[in-house]
Design a protein around this ligand. Sequence first.
Ligand code: AMP
Length: 469
Amino acid sequence: MTFEALGLHASVLKALTEAGYTKPTGVQEQAIPAALAGRDLLVSSQTGSGKTAAFMLPALHKFASAEPSAEAARTPNQQSQSARARGERPRFRAAQPKMLVLTPTRELALQVTTATDKYGAYMRRIRAVSILGGMPYPKQMQLLAKNPEILVATPGRLIDHMESGKIDFSQLEILVLDEADRMLDMGFIEDIEKIVAATPDSRQTMLFSATLDGVVGNMAKRITTEPTIIQIASSSSRHENIQQRVHFVDDLSHKNRLLDHLLRDETMDQAVVFTATKRDADTIADRLNIAGFAAAALHGDMHQGARNRTLDSVRRGQVRVLVATDVAARGIDVPTITHVFNYDLPKFPEDYVHRIGRTGRAGRNGLAISLVNHAEGMHVKRIERFTKQLIPVNVIEGFEPKRTAAPRPHKPNGWKPGDSRGGKPGQRSFSKPGAPRREGSSYGSGNGSSFGKGPRGADAGARRSYGDR
Ligand code: AMP
């Protein structure tokens, strides 16, 4: 399957070639034809699967294929320009977007906007703007005055602008809810219902979510019409290209020493370290900086400007270790992130899946390491049950925990022998006390070739333990 075969507009195809995309990902292959046919979509697909292009490419195709006269008629604020020519103060005219993408976080919104700019680079006049909390109102008014075709917004700030008459959704053609489950987790349900109610019934609705069950499923039923349902992977997405590991630690000092050691892994390009609290994110980033790592914190207490600057530094490779909380890190898409560390385990197993999805982007390989104290064993089990995958325990020589991890003879619910990458079920994979996994068994080290290509050398040891349960 090629993008040409999907029948996308020439200007979109040109942008895709420039972006280096050679063929559609699984979710794009299924979603694009249905979206081009005008169907409503309910899509559950894993993070990093290419879902942004799955909804944005068909939308851009539609706008690019629209009558040129309709495009031309959309000159921004003609009324304001003529008023200005008459020396009058222009009256603000509400923006009338054709497409709205709702996202749970500012970072994801900015990322969708950047992707839209990339995919729409060869179109005549397609403007995508982000409407986000934390951004100054005057700046947003300027953006809205340009009457953009596409709004990418977080729900709260959008409602503010709707209520003050700055946005009129009567011309809306396409509504996308990105990471809908997360928006509901964050308590946006009433805002979403209000926004949806302000849009025409004739709109096309596309909802993307890790899960289509429960509350999300109910909402999806209310806001879509005979949707095409696409399930690329369940919420417990397998992340086959991401190696996962647990390292047990005795206490905080052990955890910090081990983290420092693991961050010195020479196969590491960039890493995200997840903490439970904003304060810890700051403290650990400071500590790592003092230890000589180029580290920075990212959390919800930071102003949007500071968050954007930090993310830019990560993208430019100036920050090698990003220490982040869950909400702030959602949607980070930096292909050079090779490692994810759970300094603290996430509160919800769903967040574990999102966290580890910060690495292994765009088909690359990644490594996700959780630093866990013994009391958190149950928590690891919950994650394993959710992902239906067992996470191998690893020990590094010189960093062995004093306490040996208790055996975990269980199999997660729904786990099948085939799930273990070919290993025998029922056996446990804890490294035997006294036979610690050697330093060289850390991901891909001890081997000069690029990491993660397959079980070879030291890497094979880690993979074996995966299947040995
Ligand atoms: P997303 O799931 O939309 O956040 O996309 C994840 C990453 O995959 C982004 O870095 C995209 O630029 C990249 N991507 C999306 N579609 C393709 C494709 N067809 N080929 C190669 N990379 C892609």
